[in-house]
Structure formats: structure tokens, C-alpha cells
Write a protein that binds this ligand. Structure first.
Ligand code: AP5
Ligand code: ZN
Length: 229
């Protein structure tokens, strides 16, 4: 049982923002490959060292590094009842590896929610994003400002701009998305798993649509998780 969800969408579509809220409602972990890489960078691990240059340019980190890292994360006990994957898979090879991995555990994905936005919307969102250094919460100078500039509402941590938040890296990330990740939309449509959500609505409306999609794929939210809503 449980609910295994993939959030698909271009950089800036709002995957991280939505995943964070949904994870709290469902009581399952939010597994974001970008966040896992950033933890490795902060800790100065060998994996972080390998990933740094790719990330700063806006290129994908090679599949063999990425797949191993995510596989290790979703094998942990807190993912036994489900997870929300954000930013993974991003290539067909990653999607195939994920399918094999889950099959090996006798499980499978329940739904792939594709958060659709236009490129110009994604670019505007990326341009104003600030992230909490402490808890990873995401803000936007115009669309979702913190109560106090530079300070996280949730934990009081310092807000910073990610090193891949340059205009050049944003454009590169969108180009890489079109070339390597967009094919997953058809891949998951053919598998009968894809549901499309209009990502250009308010954060609250996108979340409401996403919860409806998850309920129809995984059954109604549990009493326990419904209480937390
Ligand atoms: P990653 O961290 O995954 O970045 P991304 O996919 O580029 O996604 P973002 O985090 O930029 O955007 P998002 O969709 O989560 O939007 P958010 O919610 O923040 O990856 C970074 C790098 O790591 C990659 O470039 C690559 O190098 C590497 N990597 C990661 N995964 C990999 C993989 N699987 N394979 C290989 N390499 C990998 O929202 C954006 C902004 O908009 C925020 O400011 C937010 O407040 C605002 N906002 C959100 N929703 C709304 C709304 N509805 N209305 C108005 N504003 C909104
Ligand atoms: Zn915080």
C-alpha cells in the first residue's frame, strides 16, 4: 500500500513548493534529487565534488551517480509506505532504473503528476527565488515573499540564492529539460501514469488539484494525514 508519486515539470514549475506541502499532508518523505545533491555539496563529499560542476552549469549530473544516490534514499525504511519524488527521474534511463528498482521490491509508481507551465513563467519564477539555508523552504520575492526579507518564516534561517540561479544557468536548465526530461511526459503517458496539472495557477490552487490527483490514484488521504491538512 502507500503512495508512490513522481512530480514532473520544468525547472521553476513549482515541484519543490508543491512536494513540500503534499509530503506533510500525506506523511511520506519528499525526496528531491537536487536537495540530495546540495546536501552532498554542503558536506563536501566525493559525490558532491563530482556533481558540483554539472549543477553550476545547469547540466544533468550523470545517470550512474544520480541513480545510485536516489536508490539509496528510497531504500530507507521511511520510504516503505511511499514517497514523493521531485526532480527524479529526469532521463529515460533514470525512469527505467526506477521502474526496475520498484519492481524488485514488488511495488510500482501510483501516479506521475506533470506540473505544466510555459517557459516564460518558469524563468520569472526562477529569477526571484530564495531558499532557506537551514530547512530548504522556498520563497519568491514577488509571488511568495517571506514576512521579513532574508529570513525564513518557518525556521528563522537565512535565505540565500542557489549557485545555479544565474540567468545563463536558468536558460541552460530549461534547454536540458526540453532535450532530456520532456520525453518522460510521453513515456509516462504511454504507461498510463501521467496526469497533467495546470501549474500557472496560485500555489494553493495547484496544491488542491494535486491532492485531488493523488486521492484518485492512491485512495483518499488517511484519517491521520487528513487531520494534518
Ligand atoms: P533541482 O534542484 O531539481 O532543480 P530543478 O528541477 O531545476 O527545479 P527547481 O528546484 O529549480 O524548481 P521547482 O520546480 O522545484 O520550483 P520551486 O518550487 O522551487 O536540480 C538542480 C540541479 O541538480 C540540476 O540542474 C542538475 O544539475 C542536478 N540534478 C537534480 N536532479 C537530477 C537528476 N535526476 N539527474 C541529473 N541531475 C540532477 O518554485 C520556483 C519559484 O517559483 C519559487 O520561488 C516559488 O516560490 C515560486 N512558485 C512556485 N509555485 C508558484 C506558483 N504557483 N505561483 C507563483 N510562484 C510560484
Ligand atoms: Zn527555514
Amino acid at each position: 500500500m502507500g503512495c508512490r508519486i513522481v512530480l514532473l515539470g520544468m525547472p521553476g514549475a513549482g515541484k519543490g513548493t508543491q512536494a513540500e506541502q503534499l509530503a506533510q499532508a500525506l506523511g511520506v518523505p519528499h525526496v528531491a534529487s537536487g536537495d540530495l545533491f546540495r546536501e552532498h555539496l554542503d558536506k563536501g563529499t566525493e559525490l558532491g565534488r563530482q556533481a558540483r560542476a554539472y549543477m553550476e552549469r545547469g547540466d544533468l549530473v550523470p545517470d550512474e551517480v544520480t541513480i545510485g544516490m536516489v536508490a539509496e534514499r528510497i531504500a530507507r525504511p521511511d520510504c516503505a509506505n511511499g514517497f514523493i519524488l521531485d526532480g527524479f527521474p529526469r532521463t529515460v534511463a533514470q525512469a527505467e532504473a526506477l521502474e526496475r528498482l520498484l519492481k524488485g521490491n514488488g511495488t510500482a509508481l501510483d501516479v506521475v503528476a506533470f506540473i505544466r507551465v510555459r517557459e516564460e513563467v518558469a524563468l520569472a519564477r526562477l529569477a526571484g527565488r530564495w531558499t532557506c539555508r537551514n530547512c530548504g523552504a522556498v520563497y519568491h520575492t514577488l509571488f511568495n515573499p517571506p514576512r521579513q526579507a532574508g529570513v525564513c518564516d518557518a525556521c528563522g534561517g537565512e535565505l540565500y540564492q542557489r549557485p545555479d540561479e544565474t540567468e545563463e544557468a536558468h536558460r541552460r536548465r530549461l534547454q536540458v529539460y526540453q532535450q532530456q526530461t520532456a520525453p518522460l511526459v510521453d513515456y509516462y503517458r504511454r504507461a498510463g501514469l501521467l496526469v497533467e496539472i495546470d501549474g500557472e495557477q496560485s500555489i494553493e490552487d495547484v496544491q488542491a488539484d494535486l491532492r485531488a490527483v493523488v486521492e484518485s490514484a492512491c485512495g483518499s488521504l488517511t484519517a491521520e494525514s487528513a487531520e494534518r491538512l
